[in-house]
Ligand binder design. Structure first.
Ligand SMILES: NC(=O)C1=CN([C@@H]2O[C@H](COP(=O)(O)OP(=O)(O)OC[C@H]3O[C@@H](n4cnc5c(N)ncnc54)[C@H](OP(=O)(O)O)[C@@H]3O)[C@@H](O)[C@H]2O)C=CC1
Ligand SMILES: CCCCCCCCCCCCCCCC(=O)[C@@H](N)CO
Length: 306
């Protein structure tokens, strides 16, 4: 008995020792740095750009629609904290020609210096039942959400995924894999790198997907931006928003790295508990899908009778 306890303590101390080099050293100070935000002309990307500007960064906004970019540039400029700060805009489709993207990023580096932090936030979403989603959608979501975040460069890189990138969800057969891929990329890249359109989606969204998505409390993009920027400059690998996001991240951490001792300890301690909570969530998702199916069949039968 004593031996087992001793073995546990030794293993634990060893674990802490092994984790210590993973703990990121000093946080990045955003003041004066160059932050590139792809997908920066709307939603979360725009809020992240504003948050970084408020902390003194120089910003390059990347998206397709030029007029939206110009408009958002003005909004970001309002968040300035000194007179030197600059916002650049680049209109390019990140899902298309990689060389073109590379060349525009080169241009912005010539103007604002090397990129200190790259925030990958371009993305679109589409939901529908598997057999009703055109194959072309699978390709286009993969191109924007996944390939649109593949840029080879140095510095801090942030990938904006989704809860649907941690778990597979009804209606997200095209979207979810593109976000899972992003997670795989981040996890592989982390090992290599030596770092010391919601409206469109809602048009087709199945009732099941809507009900399941509503389980996760909506968060304002400004709040998301605050949290992710704070965590990213600290060098954290897994960044989540809200209590369900926290639980999901702990639950799906797998072999992803830890960036603080307390993060690792929390995962170890909470894993079993969160798995229990997750089973209840799964049960409720299942009952949503079943209820929708029954309701559809009933209304079909009623239509026939008429
Ligand atoms: N909103 C949500 O509920 C959630 C969002 N997410 C993820 O967060 C990210 C941002 O979402 P959100 O703020 O809602 O998105 P928005 O639709 O508000 O903004 C998307 C941004 O990406 C740009 N963009 C889209 N396609 C391309 C492209 N091919 N090339 C270049 N830029 C492109 C858009 O500009 P333009 O169209 O002009 O190119 C826009 O600036 C996405 O990756 C999304 O999957 C994750 C979980 C929840
Ligand atoms: C311990 C376990 C906790 C489990 C919590 C589960 C919460 C599930 C709800 C997930 C909703 C995700 C919708 C994503 C939509 C999206 O990514 C957007 N692009 C939509 O436009």
């Amino acid at each position: 008995m004593l031996l087992v306890v001793a073995a546990f303590i030794v293993a634990f101390v060893l674990l802490l020792y092994m984790m210590s080099p993973l703990i990121s050293p000093k946080p990045l100070k955003l003041n004066g740095t160059h932050v590139v935000v792809t997908g920066g002309s709307s939603g979360i990307g725009k809020s992240i750009a504003m948050e970084c500007y408020r902390q003194g960064a120089f910003i390059t906004l990347v998206a397709r629609d030029e007029s939206k970019l110009v408009q958002v540039k003005k909004e970001v400029e309002k968040c300035a904290i000194n007179d030197n700060q600059v916002v650049l805009c680049i209109s390019v489709d990140v899902s298309k020609d990689y060389r073109q993207v590379e060349s525009v990023i080169k241009q912005c580096q010539e103007k604002l210096g090397p990129v200190d932090m790259l925030v990958n936030c371009p993305g679109t979403s589409f939901s529908g039942k598997f057999e009703e989603v055109e194959v072309e959608r699978f390709r286009s979501l993969m191109e924007v959400n996944y390939l649109g975040s593949v840029y080879r460069r140095m510095g801090l890189i942030m990938f904006v995924s989704s809860q649907a990138g941690q778990i597979g969800l009804f209606g997200y057969t095209a979207y979810s894999p593109s976000k899972f891929a992003l997670g795989g990329l981040a996890e592989s890249l982390q090992m290599e790198v030596d770092t010391s359109g919601l409206a469109e989606e809602n048009r087709t969204k199945p009732l099941e997907t809507r009900l399941i998505s509503e389980t996760s409390g909506g968060t304002q993009p400004e709040q998301v931006a605050k949290t992710v920027v704070k965590d990213a400059v600290q060098g954290n690998f897994n960044i989540s928003v809200g209590p369900d996001g926290y639980m999901l991240s702990a639950l799906t951490c797998g072999m992803s790295p830890v960036t603080s001792i307390s993060e690792g300890l929390q995962q170890i301690v909470t894993m079993g508990l969160f798995r229990t909570v997750a089973l209840f969530y799964l049960g409720s998702f299942d009952s949503i899908v079943r209820r929708c199916m029954i309701e559809r069949e009933q209304s079909k039968a009623a239509d026939k009778r008429e």
